[in-house]
Design a protein around this ligand. Structure first.
Ligand SMILES: Nc1ncnc2c1ncn2[C@@H]1O[C@H](COP(=O)(O)OP(=O)(O)OP(=O)(O)O)[C@@H](O)[C@H]1O
Ligand SMILES: [Mg+2]
Length: 220
């Protein structure tokens, strides 16, 4: 049995206060083991992005126990989480997270550099089918190209855990079919663990396991 990369038990998270208070996560528990890929599905607004932000340390749960790489979240502190976001945990945000003033190539080199690594950006982009946009800036890309460039940045930092928020959300069906196998191939080659939020049932089925987020909790 491999060590759990994520272990969450009874997580609760709310936004707002008084009349505007919304309980988003109510009693959320799950485990994700090293090398495993888990898809999380659920309707818009059910708390998927909130969950990802708890797992990369950008937010803290109100209650419950959360361990990432075997460490309780409180023990890591802001600097520790920031270090892990540079080296160990790559998040593919829903709106992409490229630096607008750098070309795609330089975005990739920058992300690798933050993790103390050097990569060949063009090679990485070619494996994702977008070698032709290496010198363009993020605002010169289509939504699908931007998502693939963001994926290249995530791979460039050679993380152990990838948290992906709708990684195929801006891709048409043909591009999604092209990118999904590349994603899983790269994942297996690198021994990555992945948690993927998606509305795409084909992508979900490619994962080892699927859980549904509803009423603040996860179930099969
Ligand atoms: N900063 C915030 N303040 C108040 N409410 C928020 C905030 N961020 C999110 N919410 C609310 O919390 C709920 C969960 O939001 P979240 O972004 O996690 O949903 P989601 O499942 O990722 O949705 P989508 O599929 O549309 O991306 C939603 O009802 C949302 O309106
Ligand atoms: Mg979301």
């Amino acid at each position: 049995m491999t060590e759990p990369v994520i272990q969450a038990d009874g997580i609760c998270k709310h936004y707002g206060r008084g009349e505007t208070r919304v309980e988003v996560l109510r009693d959320l528990s799950f485990e994700l083991c090293a090398g495993e890929s888990l898809a999380i599905m659920g309707p818009s607004g059910c708390g998927k992005s909130t969950l990802l932000n708890l797992l990369n340390g950008l937010m803290q749960p109100d209650r419950g126990s959360l361990e990432v790489f075997g460490l309780p979240y409180q023990r890591l502190g802001d600097n520790g989480w920031a270090r892990w976001r540079r080296h160990r945990i790559a998040t593919l945000f829903q709106d992409g997270n490229l630096i607008p003033t750098l070309s795609v190539s330089r975005n990739i080199a920058f992300r690798a550099g933050l993790a103390g690594l050097k990569v060949e950006p063009l090679e990485l982009l070619q494996t994702l089918g977008i070698g032709d946009v290496a010198q363009r800036y993020p605002d010169q890309l289509s939504g699908g190209q931007r998502q693939r460039a963001a994926l290249a940045c995530a791979f460039a930092m050679q993380p152990e855990l990838i948290l992906a928020d709708e990684p195929t959300g801006s891709l048409d069906e043909a591009s999604a079919r092209l990118v999904m196998p590349l994603f899983f191939k790269a994942m297996h080659e690198r021994g990555l663990t992945a948690l993927i939020v998606t509305h795409n049932p084909v992508l979900a089925q490619c994962c080892d396991r699927v859980l549904h987020l509803s009423k603040g909790a996860l179930s099969p």
